[in-house]
Design a protein. Sequence first.
Length: 247
Amino acid sequence: MKKTYQLILVILILLVLSGFAHAAQPIKLATLDWEPYIGQTLPDNGYVAEVIREAFKRSGYEIQMDFLPWARVVKMAREGKYDGYFPEYYSDELQKDFKVSSSFPGGPLVFFKRKGEEIHYGSLSDLKPYFIGVVRGYINTREFDEADYLKKDEATDDLTNFKKLLKKRVDLIVADKFVGYDTVRKNLPDAVEQIDVVNPPLEIKDLFLCISKKTPDAQIKLEALEKGLAEIKSDGTLERILKKHGF
């Protein structure tokens, strides 16, 4: 009887240890409220959060997300206080501090203007007369970000930029088209008919996740994400998540 009890005890201990061995590994990520892509109040935190969560899950990782102001997101990830951050637009400069994932779908990056005002451009140099609102710390396009001949006015977020646009403190602002309309619709509903998009878009942007080179096992974590992203792209999960969130 004693041996049977001891055997049962050993089996239980092995089962517990096995459970620990196969428990999801935590990965700590920083992000921002950037609806409709990602947000604290969105179902499953939005399309982008669900994609990243599912991709890491496929490789045995469970993500912890903290929502912060964007400039702080990037700074803290660069310093290794987070394993990584997302969603980001690609820039070669990211490679200095981060390991960058493969892409997942984003949207058009555009200029917004006040409706009724005639602003057209064929090249960025055509925009020299205008004050342009940008968000501090955002990557836009390489050409635009390096265009020091343009008059750029920084703000902490997209909503602040739209308020500045409506108050005529800037002539244009740069924002993702979907994010822009979503921001105005939710926060400044009476202003939806007062804004318009300038065509053509600056660029159709993909999104990326950045793993800090200061985080332990950065390459392993990147490879885990890449494996998961490849799986959800190939088995139709990515498309289902997009449709679920209205993209």
